[in-house]
Design a protein around this ligand. Sequence first.
Ligand SMILES: Nc1ncnc2c1ncn2[C@@H]1O[C@H](COP(=O)(O)OP(=O)(O)O)[C@@H](O)[C@H]1O
Ligand SMILES: [Mg+2]
Length: 298
Amino acid sequence: MMNSPMIRAVDVHKRFGTVEVLKGVSLDVNKGEVIAVIGPSGSGKSTFLRCLIHLETIHRGSIEIEGEALVNTDAQGHCQYVPPPDISRVCRKMGMVFQHFNLFPHLTVLQNLIEAPMTVKGLRPDEITPKADTLLRKVGLFDKRDSYPSRLSGGQKQRVAIARALAMEPDIMLFDEPTSALDPELTGEVLSTMRELAEERMTMIVVTHEMAFAREVAGRVIFMDGGVVVEARPARELFAAPEHPRTRAFLVLRLFKSVKHFPAGFGIFRSCKKGLFSRYVQNHFIKVRKQASIWNFA
Ligand SMILES: Nc1ncnc2c1ncn2[C@@H]1O[C@H](COP(=O)(O)OP(=O)(O)O)[C@@H](O)[C@H]1O
Ligand SMILES: [Mg+2]
């Protein structure tokens, strides 16, 4: 279908046990669009991406990729996925990059890139290696081709992970906080690789805490909180004048963390209703403390 969006998610619901973590998320992504997804920890950002590429199954709603159904829900609320071969075919249109790289430690950089094209697409090494070399040059890591991941820096690992996803020739790239596990001085190289992809008009959804990246590279920004999309607007609009109090509070907390963004944060802070704002901040910290104790970090 020519005019269908690259991704169409409608009213996606997802539960873990009895806890509903996605409470009806809808999103259309058009060809060449870059969408940044921001929001506090635990708001369902990763789960939503994982549902799109079928690393998680949804309980209600529908997902279409380039006009092809992945899952549908009928009027009786019966949620049904397409048959497994179709699931694989539809999901191959997407590549995903994770926070923790997920490279194969026992394979060299080159082998990491050619593994999936060989096993999934049945290509011979000589058929895929030239493409892999091109991608390694593109991300600036051709000289690391025969190294093992353990010899690379975090930024280099993440650039390999991006090249590996691209080796499958996806039409859409999903990024789940690709720079969150990196030392601050290494985020730049990964962000500039992503920026180049965006300039080449790759369709991308990027879950990120990098507010500058979201503002400058994304066309639209989605703010998620508590399993719903609270606000979805063009990036410049959302950062200049967030509408929802929760978006404002979140942005203030984020922007106050960096000296560079402090003035922008202060501008938004002044527009906040202070009662709502402090309630949000309190809730936010209570949530963070709860999570920390669950995971035994406290
Ligand atoms: N595999 C899982 N089992 C149970 N709960 C999960 C699982 N994955 C995520 N969750 C819960 O779902 C909620 C949303 O998580 P997540 O999508 O990772 O949020 P975000 O990426 O926005 O930080 C959180 O409360 C989290 O604890
Ligand atoms: Mg996450």
